[in-house]
Design a protein around this ligand. Structure first.
Ligand code: FPP
Length: 249
């Protein structure tokens, strides 16, 4: 049982905690613009907010948190912004790895590291190694990640392994994805009002509940995460079946 946060609604909602929450952390740039700040200040605020959301995820009993940190398409942003983001990721890894480890967070990486700065790659490997036995929260960092490229990567690997067409099934396919061994996301949150999936977990999110919110990522704090869990708790997940089949009619 978890403690219901101070501002939880007074009505009785049967809280169902999603096991796996995935977040498209969008709106850093607009958050900064609204304040007359450079975009990078928005990314820094976004990184600070990530710390709050990791703490809240642990508090609420979420088991897996997947964050979209940098997509394969984000390389096309202005060079200076990409450089600043890479520096920010390296700084966050330096600053937070030890405390995430002490908190029981196990960091996983989703994506490919070819072409990524070697120093950043090493820092990421160190963080994965340091935290690999932790069990409190799995933090999947989708970095240099794209859903289509993940699927292509899996298919290439399966062909290289000589998998026969008749042997292919969804379970086997899952085992070739970066998320191998993990359950699919139950809830996908996208901040900043956009209503797109943007190449994020396009295979794994097939039956996820979607929660778009107009709040910009740096402002999406613990209370907003709780709001998303409340909304999730009231969804009727049917996985393509009827209410009768899932016993809700
Ligand atoms: C989206 O905002 C954000 C990103 C592309 C980068 C995500 C990075 C962070 C949240 C920083 C912290 C992350 C880690 C892993 C330390 P945007 O720039 O697309 O905002 P906009 O749509 O308003 O321009």
């Amino acid at each position: 049982m978890m403690a219901i946060p101070d501002n939880a609604t007074k009505e009785q909602i049967q809280i169902v905690t999603p096991k796996h929450v995935a977040i498209i952390m969008d709106g850093n740039g607009r958050w900064a613009k609204k304040r007359g700040l450079p975009r990078n200040a928005g990314h820094r605020a976004g990184a600070e907010n990530l710390r709050r959301i990791i703490n809240a995820s642990v508090e609420f009993g979420i088991e897996i948190l997947t964050i979209y940190a940098f997509s394969t398409e984000n390389w096309d942003r202005p060079k200076l912004e990409v450089q600043a983001l890479m520096k920010l990721f390296a700084r966050v890894l330096n600053k937070e790895s030890q405390s995430l480890h002490e908190q029981g967070v196990c960091i996983h990486h989703l994506g490919e590291l070819t072409g990524v700065n070697p120093d950043l790659t090493r820092k990421l490997h160190d963080a994965l190694e340091l935290t690999k036995h932790n069990e409190r929260l799995i933090l999947n960092v989708a970095f240099n990640y794209g859903g289509r490229s993940e699927i292509m990567h899996a298919v290439r690997q399966m062909l290289a392994d000589g998998i026969a067409a008749d042997d292919l099934n969804e379970e086997l396919f899952n085992s070739y994805l970066f998320t191998k061994g993990l359950p699919d996301p139950d809830l996908v949150i996208r901040t900043s009002g956009e209503l797109r999936i943007s190449n994020f977990l396009i295979w794994q999110a097939a039956y996820a509940e979607l929660y778009p919110t107009p709040v910009y990522w740096p402002d999406f704090g613990r209370d907003e995460l709780w709001g998303a869990i409340e909304a999730y708790s009231q969804r009727n997940r049917r996985f393509g079946q009827t209410d009768e089949q899932i016993g809700k009619a």
